[in-house]
Design a protein around this ligand. Structure first.
Ligand SMILES: Cc1cc2nc3c(=O)[nH]c(=O)nc-3n(C[C@H](O)[C@H](O)[C@H](O)COP(=O)(O)OP(=O)(O)OC[C@H]3O[C@@H](n4cnc5c(N)ncnc54)[C@H](O)[C@@H]3O)c2cc1C
Length: 589
């Protein structure tokens, strides 16, 4: 297969890159995403989407942000326990001033089902056929002259303006060859842990493809392979990026000392009552049904990676999928008599799935109240994964860390984040800024564009990921100060073709109050300008959030959870009021 741009990895970063670049590159430029997972379903748990990530989604297309705001969870209970006694010390609904955030920035934070983020981006690709599912990059190398380009670090020289201007796409040579292996059935991917897949990939003996022998997908040749030649490669393949390892090298992420388990329930399992849902675990009456539980040593605070964390998440007010993640320190895991990394798992990274992972989760987390442990134990083993959490040391990040030649890394592949709610957000930001820089260079991708992009992104990523000794709230200044150039234009599909005039601001209209479908407007229609559409998008966002918050309030979730969320072994908790801009995500990358 030949393509102009090969994006390896179809997570939030890779999909956002495909969607964003499609808006700024000439339509004749071929963009392909190669995703190891064989499809998108039932992956991940809750992820904190913040002002910056949602603003970046809006920059690709307003309807991505609107879809996510519509599906988001707006009510989160948060509980803190004494690590030693198990006593629940504090808890209640976290009240976030979303209207204040909307007023100040046009966006607000919310908790989402991780797979909804991925699917919303996927659904906004100009052509779903851009994604080739079930193909894992098992090897990649530079072809001929591109090898010299890589060795000489052309990305760095481009920063000094030394690189030649890019040739038109049609005249560019194919510079890289990627060897794709058909992803075998089962394994980590469908089970909700492509992070674990990446971990497995890091250590699997697949450099020569032998791992695949005899394990091909049903109906596929045992060692089915696809050779892909590309002019530009974007590595969006997560924190154990093969693209980074094979084409850039550099400092790999380091083990953070934290072990992570994830699991999920289907909507059918939940509605049939097969899964016990203890009210004490969620807070009474919490209609959006998400709860974060943290067991911390006295005085330790809630710094990322500290303590034991459980996040329970039921999508769509409990009518959709359910998911959980659980994290604990490797020290506590080993003290509980559970070996880490597990014997027979993927090397030092601890990638494991299935019943062994579930049994280990329960054995290593004896601090869970019995009803919560029973909830986790009801998870179908094939949807449980375990892996170590790895983080990119920020002091290893320097010019040229994320790009070389016509290769660039984005998202976790470039800057694997600690689990404090920015991984997906920054991955989407990366993609949007990359597309904007490419647009300013006339729709090309190459050393000069990548170096300019890297120079913009590194200070930003460092500011947001910052010093993780400090709570995320202290790093929110950079998040609130986000701003992205819009990649869409009036007349693009999915945008209103006309808006009724809005006497209030003189430029635009009433919003349509939900979704992003075209609005036919009223009698005093005018052709919407970019500015008017942007104002429309913000009004639509606000209307969606207001509606969703009203739904939560109508069910009494906030009030009830605030007063009685700590049913169970609790002292009556006061609602934890969090200022605008603070986290309410319960963690997440
Ligand atoms: C399945 C999954 C579930 C997650 N769930 C949560 C969650 O619930 N909460 C949370 O806060 N964070 C979650 N994360 C992590 C977090 O969302 C990341 O920080 C964020 O997604 C970064 O986006 P990314 O696109 O850079 O990398 P990732 O999301 O890691 O995506 C990388 C993609 O590349 C694919 N891939 C990896 N290696 C190859 C290869 N060799 N060839 C082809 N494809 C490859 C993977 O299958 C994956 O889809 C999850 C990540 C994954 C992969």
């Amino acid at each position: 297969m030949h393509t102009d741009v090969a994006i390896v990895g179809g997570g939030p970063g890779g999909l956002a890159a495909a969607a964003a670049l499609s808006r700024v590159l000439d339509p004749s430029v071929r963009i392909k995403v190669f995703e190891a997972a064989r499809g998108y379903s039932e992956a991940g748990a809750g992820v904190g989407m913040h002002i910056n990530g949602l603003m970046a989604c809006e920059a690709i297309h307003p309807s991505i942000a609107h879809t996510l705001y519509d599906k988001a969870c707006y009510s989160l209970c948060s509980y803190q326990y004494d690590d030693v006694t198990g006593q629940r010390n504090a808890g209640g609904t976290i009240a976030v001033d979303r209207m204040g955030q909307l007023e100040a920035t046009g966006h607000c934070q919310a908790l989402m089902y991780w797979n909804d983020v991925r699917e919303s981006l996927y659904e906004h690709l100009p052509d779903p056929g851009m994604v080739e599912f079930g193909w894992r990059a098992a090897g990649c190398q530079a072809i001929d002259g591109a090898e010299q380009e890589l060795m000489s670090g052309a990305g760095a020289s481009a920063a000094d303006g030394a690189a030649a201007a890019e040739l038109p796409w049609a005249q560019q040579p194919y510079r890289y060859e990627l060897r794709m292996a058909r992803q075998r059935a089962g394994g980590f991917v469908g089970g909700g842990g492509a992070a674990a897949l990446a971990a497995a990939d890091a250590d699997a003996k697949d450099n020569d493809g032998k791992e695949e022998e005899g394990k091909g997908r049903e109906g596929a040749a045992p060692s089915e392979e696809l050779l892909v030649r590309a002019k530009v490669v974007i590595g969006a393949d997560g924190y154990f990026s093969r693209i980074r390892r094979e084409l850039l090298g550099g400092t790999p992420p380091v083990f953070s000392g934290v072990v992570m388990w994830r699991g999920s329930f289907t909507a059918e399992e939940l509605s049939s009552g097969a899964v016990p849902l203890p009210p004490a675990a969620f807070g009474a009456g919490a209609s959006d049904r998400a709860a974060s539980h943290r067991w911390t040593p006295a005085g330790a605070g809630l710094a990322p990676g500290q303590g034991r964390v459980l996040l329970l998440f039921l999508a769509q007010g409990g009518d959709g999928i359910g998911a959980w993640y659980l994290q604990n320190s490797v020290k506590a895991v080993q003290e509980a008599g559970v070996e880490f990394p597990p014997a027979g798992a993927a090397g030092g990274v601890g990638g494991l799935s299935g019943s062994a992972a579930l049994a280990r989760a329960l054995a290593a987390n004896g601090h869970l109240p019995p009803d919560v442990a029973a909830l986790l134990a009801a998870t179908a083993p094939e949807r449980v994964t375990e892996h170590g959490l790895y983080v990119q040391p920020l002091d290893s990040v320097q010019q040229g860390s994320w790009t070389r030649g016509h290769v660039v890394l984005i998202g976790d592949a470039a800057h694997a984040a600690p689990p404090d709610g920015q991984g997906a957000n920054l991955a989407i930001e990366d993609a949007v800024v990359l597309a904007d820089v490419a647009r300013r260079h006339g729709g090309v991708l190459g050393p000069q564009v990548f170096a300019e992009w890297e120079a913009l992104r590194q200070p930003r990523v460092k500011a947001i990921l910052g010093d993780t000794k400090y709570p995320f709230t202290e790093r929110m200044i950079a998040v609130r100060a986000s701003s992205f150039a819009q990649l869409w234009a009036p007349g693009d599909p999915g945008l209103p073709t006309s808006l009724p005039a809005d006497p209030a601001d003189g430029s635009s209209s009433r919003g349509n109050g939900g979704g992003s479908s075209s609005s036919s407007g009223s009698s005093s229609e005018q052709s919407p300008s970019m500015e008017a559409l942007r104002a429309w998008s913000r009004r639509t966002t606000k209307a969606i959030v207001e509606r969703r918050l009203a739904e939560v309030a109508a069910r009494g979730a906030v009030e009830q959870a605030g007063e009685g969320g700590a049913q169970g072994p609790a002292q009556a908790p006061a609602p934890a009021v969090v200022a605008a801009g603070a986290r309410d995500d319960g963690g997440g990358r």
